[in-house]
Design a protein around this ligand. Structure first.
Ligand SMILES: [Zn+2]
Length: 93
């Protein structure tokens, strides 16, 4: 899950993905046709909420470690989303 999340953030940051033929990166229109629907994907699948579920289900002694892994990715993702899905979880707690 964390690996998938990091890949998703990287895809948004670089506007490319690794799914091209023969292992080439997809960019431009190829990327948009492949992983370029990530904004809708995020909204539909609520990746951020899924991550909260992971945190909530993590034993307390592990949760700080998991948060330390997720939070930098979370920040990068929010930057990419530019506020459209940038509801800050900390404000709802
Ligand atoms: Zn792709």
């Amino acid at each position: 899950m964390l690996v998938d999340y990091e890949e998703l953030v990287r895809t948004l940051e670089t506007q490319s993905c690794r799914h091209g033929a023969g292992g080439r990166p997809n960019t431009g229109t190829e990327w948009r046709a492949c992983c370029g629907m990530s904004y809708e994907y995020l909204n539909d699948l609520s990746v951020l909420d899924a991550l909260q579920v992971i945190i909530d289900s993590t034993p307390a002694h592990e949760s700080n470690r998991v948060k330390a892994l997720i939070e930098p990715l979370d920040g990068r993702l929010r930057t990419q989303l530019s506020g459209s899905a940038g509801r800050r979880r900390s404000e709802t707690e």
